[in-house]
Design a protein around this ligand. Structure first.
Ligand code: GDD
Ligand code: MN
Length: 369
């Protein structure tokens, strides 16, 4: 009996994301965007670079932004540094004095109170029609600004983000298969209506909408995703298009905890989103469904796997050969990379939700990348 329960739970755990994937791939992915892109749309853009202890990489990042093929006179860069003790702000000041052709403002916060607060601080000074969040540890191909902005020419689009690839080989690269699944979902959700998961490595927003939602939320970690979702709830599209790839630095050490923190911030985001009265707020039925499924996958589904596993373990300990056999199969299949990466992600989510009870980690320690 317990065995049957365990197998059913496992079927739910693996079945729901598989069905969702299949549905997204066959129903949403082939859809047209229904967005009027305009390559010659060149509004004024404010790029906000939040920094905390980025002395090693900030010059490369500023050079990278400067080499964007977007009109320099329509680009404003705001670097907001939260009291880094490694000289980040001084390096930025020095760079600015060497590049007087670049419109750069440096904001020095005395105290570190987290990324979202820093972004809101910078927002007060932003003069662009579009605001793009640009994490220091990302590298953009030179057409990234244009590729993002062209979608925002359509008044139905409120926010645009990117797809990511890791800069080094290592654990992140091993997740190739999982990232394919993940990226496909982001694009398919965007085509259906909007995706509730954004990336701070490149997250572009219409500034009037940012103001309307009251800036970035400071009580959760995934400020970028949450702001995008709020804009989608308001009736504008928040999308990740196919062609917008950027490179992100991944930590060489502490990769697991890095993933746990990100998972934790997504958990906070979905809990907050569910509390925001989706039913009455969401102007789009499809988006409501997307949020509900993603919330389930992040908040509930990992626990179903844990319960199924525990039941089998319990049963096996009581001498059930069937349970032992099923457990063995579950473990042996770990040689399959995609399955292993999936199970690992479930572990990250489980640890993340437990950790969330202890610390929300809105201010996190800097990891070398
Ligand atoms: N001003 C400021 N103040 N900037 C900060 C702070 C802060 O307290 N904390 C972090 N940053 C900056 C970093 O310097 C970097 O440019 C960016 O915010 C992202 O921080 P990372 O330390 O690189 O974290 P990550 O790569 O794991 O970030 C990812 O997860 C975050 C949520 O967990 C990205 O997706 C972020 O966009 C996301 O916010
Ligand atoms: Mn990063």
């Amino acid at each position: 009996m317990l065995e049957l329960v365990a197998v059913s739970l496992a079927a739910v755990h693996f079945g729901i994301p598989l069905v969702y994937y299949w549905y997204a791939k066959t129903r949403w992915l082939p859809k047209p965007w229904n967005i009027e892109i305009n390559d010659s749309y060149t509004p004024k853009v404010t790029i906000i670079v939040p920094t905390y202890r980025e002395a090693d990489i900030i010059v490369g990042r500023l050079d990278n932004i400067r080499s964007q093929d977007y009109p320099g006179d329509l680009t404003e860069i705001i670097v907001v540094d939260s009291g880094s003790d490694d000289g980040t702000a001084d390096i930025v000041e020095e760079w600015a004095s060497q590049h007087e052709d670049v419109n750069l403002r440096l904001i020095r916060e005395d105290k570190r109170e987290g990324k979202a607060k820093a972004l809101n601080h910078a927002l007060n000074y932003a003069s662009g029609d579009i605001v793009i969040i640009a994490d220091a540890d990302a590298t953009w191909p030179s057409n990234s600004m244009r590729e993002a902005v062209k979608w925002l020419a359509d008044p139905t689009v409120g926010a645009v983000s990117c797809l990511k690839r890791p800069n080094i080989s290592g654990p992140a690269e091993v997740e190739e298969g999982y990232r394919h699944y993940y990226n496909m979902l982001r694009i398919a959700e965007s085509k259906a209506y909007s995706t509730p998961i954004f990336h701070g490595e490149l997250a572009a927003f219409r500034k009037d909408l940012l103001e309307e939602v009251g800036g970035f939320p400071t009580d959760i970690g995934a400020d970028d995703s949450h702001t995008a979702a709020r804009i989608a709830l308001m009736g504008y599209r928040a999308i990740i298009p196919e062609g917008l790839w950027i490179e992100e630095r991944v930590p060489r050490r502490g990769y697991g905890m890095w993933r746990v923190r990100r998972a934790q911030h997504l958990i906070q985001h979905f809990i907050k989103l569910l509390g925001e009265d989706l039913g009455t707020k969401s102007r789009n039925k499809e988006f409501r469904r997307i949020v509900e499924v993603e919330a389930f996958l992040h908040l509930v589904n990992p626990w179903i796997l844990l319960i199924a596993f525990s039941l089998l373990l319990f049963n096996a300990a009581r001498g059930s050969l069937g349970s032992l056999l099923m457990l063995t199969v579950g473990v042996v299949v770990l040689v399959v990379r995609m399955y292993r990466v999936w199970v690992l992600q479930q572990l990250h989510l489980l640890v993340a939700s437990l950790r969330n009870l202890v610390t929300r980690e809105l201010v996190w320690s800097k990891q070398a990348k």
